[in-house]
Design a protein around this ligand. Sequence first.
Ligand code: PLP
Length: 388
Amino acid sequence: MNFEEIRTLDSAYGAETFSRFPVAFESGKGATLTDTEGKQYIDFGAGIAVNIFGVNDEEWKAAVIEQLGKIQHASNLYYCEPQAKLMELLCARTGARRVFFANSGAEANECAFKAARKYSVMKYGEGRSKIVSLKGSFHGRTLFTLTATGQDAFHKYFAPFVPDMDYAEANMQDISRVADARTCAVIIECVQGESGVSALDKNFVKALESYCKERDILLICDEVQTGNGRTGTLYAYEQYGVQPDLVTTAKGIAGGLPLGACLFFHKTEHVFSPGDHGTTFGGNPVCCAGAVNVISRLTEDFLLEVKGKSEYLRAKLSKLNGVKAVTGLGMMIGLECDLPAKEVAARCLERGLLVLSAHERVRLVPPLTITKAEMDEGISILREVLDR
Ligand SMILES: *Cc1c(COP(=O)(O)O)cnc(C)c1O
């Protein structure tokens, strides 16, 4: 099908939830994508921080295809080798004790919220069910995670929300105003992605950790976007020197296949019993086989390269005319530009570069395997766009 044929069907039949850019991708290699009309693009978006090794990565593809040739699904009624391997890998790399697999970031967060509430009920009885999130946060689109999302714009139309959730500014004064004796958990993103690629202050996150520890409030790190090498370490909390009680992740973990994970550290190790939580598709063997390939390749050496690429990009980007600030962490980069972010994204697309926007900022989350030539080509397109 050509682009117009695809767009006609989508416009006629798709639920009208997306305002899409006028392009459909057909194939690609690494961080270079090709659309249905044969035009090529440099990819600084990675399918919203998902395609960690770009597209068509030979080793990842072989791992996925090998599993497809064995069995594609058996259900969580039975044991599953790729799941078992991935659990061990994640625990070995993070010090987590246990893992639950879901299909998405929102579901990984749902799991963490249920775990936090159960932890509190088991230890203190009912009544300590409040979960605090930060203003400007994004935690997903299910009703629980939408409630946790600290942005009013997402809350229009969908009341009533899940009770006992509250929002604080990212400072200790506001945390101690909002978090009280009825609070069981606080959830943070070390780098807030959706609301503008803003890294939290390190002193704040350290102080929050101590505050939570003293009160047995569980600290949940939502690493759905920041995780899996994106910021230059396997998980971003490592760079903050804190130890969360629950970590959630998704987006990049399986290199482009749908998978989410909730990691349980020692306090929450035994929080769930059979029947408390579950999923039909979560931990799908094909997705887990992809994730085993991803996590085992995110070695210290690979992560050093990611840091190098991030420094290279940041140095070049901060010198561009029309860039007022470069934010974020590692290969999760926000740009404050003279032009509105949405306009930058549209103009880049015309010239063959994919970038995302996050509120007022341009958001760059390229595949971690992006080459120097691809980075240079992308930057030269951004320069053209911002020079106008
Ligand atoms: C994308 C995202 C989510 C939601 O993930 P889905 O897979 O879309 O459900 C949650 N939290 C953060 C920080 C995200 O970036």
